[in-house]
Unconditional design. Structure first.
Length: 474
């Protein structure tokens, strides 16, 4: 039983105990994920929004700690099969209810000692770069076209970070580190189901191939990419690892059906990395099982390739995928334009509101982030829209984030490192660093949980952060 009696407005011990056991239990996120998938599959986004807003209001009022509230912002977007519901005035009534509940949360549970956190200053610096993008350029007339994006990936992230940092007070006997990984695993399973539903709806002509309703399929694929290391964490730390292996397979299947070649290539490329790190971090029992499974998989894969090669031309298939790799989907033109803008406005760039419709590759490729042009690369996007000032601020931000992640040599930190790094690598050819929901939300929650975990003395720092760094022979 979790002890949170002193962190709730409910004074009845029996009621709060029942609520606590449910909202801190492992089935609560699963139920939320099931409802999310149902609302998406049934294409009733209004019902989904009402469900999430009512549940969010309840958890904000009942608990001081935000653990019961955390799954809701992580999944609410995935319940929306379209955005037409926002034409209904009743939507804003329920959104207003959440706003009132949020304000009530601050009144009912005032912050006794404000915690800034290690990312407070870096996020403030990034926010200043986002808001200063385009200063003194000829594109100041379109500055406000990108203000929504600037506020969402800057000040909004800062609010999320401060809010969860100051209201993270789970029960002492609650494993909050594994809980965030478990949430991501559940989200991964739910998103995989939704991706398969979308593929079916696309097949029968209900949905557009590259649009899942709540966002482009690349966003979903990147979110799935972030959940892969969490599956490996539970596979390596649980004796009953088969359910987690099934979820992992489901995630890879969903990434395949996402038609996001970059995400799929990265997910496959990281399999050896995950396997080696997982093997090194797990216990002897798991190692023996993993070796047997690896041999079986290798034998099965070889057999499939041999059987397939009898009836198909493997050379033609390989050439087909190599040609896909050569195709840059208009990224070269985007990168060149970013460099042109940087050379013209090196200090503050051309602003987040910059737009050139001629650079949109095709209707199948989503090139807009709100009202701005995406340069499909974190580096080039910063360079073209925010210049050297933005680049400097983001370097500080990246250093601060990796400093938190590399503070300990624990299985949890390694898992966060892999999840964060995999999406950052893909971000070099995409725009996920400028996508608040769900990418930056997932990333921020992982980082603040890691920062909280680092304060606990249980492991040595990773070699990358040691002052007495020495090479050792393998």
């Amino acid at each position: 039983m979790f002890k949170t009696f002193d962190k709730s407005i409910i004074n009845n011990q029996r009621i709060i105990s029942l609520l606590t056991d449910f909202f801190y239990g492992k089935y609560y996120p699963v139920y939320v994920a099931m409802f999310t998938a149902f609302f998406y599959a049934a294409q009733i986004p209004l019902a989904g929004l009402i469900f999430f807003t009512l549940l969010a209001s309840a958890t904000l009022l009942i608990f001081r700690d935000l653990t019961p509230f955390m799954p809701l912002p992580m999944m609410i977007l995935m319940s929306l099969s379209n955005f037409t519901l926002f034409s209904n005035p009743i939507v804003f009534v329920f959104i207003g209810l959440v706003v009132v509940s949020l304000i009530a949360h601050f009144i009912l549970y005032p912050i006794k000692k404000f915690v800034f956190g290690k990312l407070f200053v870096p996020i403030c610096l990034v926010s200043s770069a986002l808001l200063c993008g385009g200063l003194f350029s000829e594109y100041m007339n379109v500055y406000f076209n990108g203000i929504t994006s600037a506020l969402s990936v800057g000040p909004a992230v800062l609010f999320i970070y401060i809010f969860f940092t100051n209201y993270s007070c789970p029960p002492e006997n609650f494993n909050y580190k594994e809980h965030i990984l478990y949430l991501l695993l559940v989200v991964g399973a739910m998103l995989s189901v939704e991706m398969l539903i979308h593929e079916y709806y696309n097949f029968i002509g209900i949905m557009y191939k590259f649009d899942m309703g709540f966002g482009n399929i690349n966003i979903t694929a990147t979110a799935l990419l972030m959940t892969i290391p969490t599956c490996w964490y539970f596979i390596c730390t649980r004796k009953e690892f088969i359910p987690y292996a099934v979820v992992l397979f489901l995630i890879y299947l969903a990434i395949f059906f996402s038609h996001s070649d970059g995400v799929l290539a990265l997910a496959v490329a990281f399999i050896p990395v995950l396997a080696v790190l997982g093997y090194k971090k797990t216990d002897e029992w798991h190692r023996k099982i993993f070796i047997k499974i690896a041999l079986v998989i290798c034998f099965f894969a070889l057999a499939v390739v041999l059987i397939y090669s009898i009836n198909h031309n493997l050379e033609a298939i390989i050439l087909k995928y190599l040609n896909k790799v050569k195709t840059d989907n208009n990224r070269t033109a985007l990168y060149k334009r970013a460099l042109e803008l940087f050379s013209k406005y090196p200090v503050f760039g051309a602003s987040l509101g910059y737009m050139d419709a001629s650079l949109i590759n095709s209707p199948d490729v989503e090139t807009f982030i709100v009202y701005m042009l995406s340069f499909h690369s974190t580096f080039f996007h910063i360079l073209g829209t925010m210049g050297l000032f933005g680049l400097a601020m983001y370097i500080i931000y990246y250093i601060a984030r990796y400093k938190i992640i590399l503070h300990k040599n624990s299985m949890f930190n390694v898992t966060v490192f892999l999840s964060f790094t995999m999406y950052q690598i893909y971000g070099m050819i995409s725009h996920e660093e400028f996508q608040l929901m769900p990418i930056l939300l997932f990333s921020t929650l992982l980082l603040l949980t890691t920062e909280k975990s680092n304060k606990e003395k249980d492991n040595e720092p990773l070699p990358l952060t040691k002052k007495d760094f020495k090479y050792k022979a393998f």
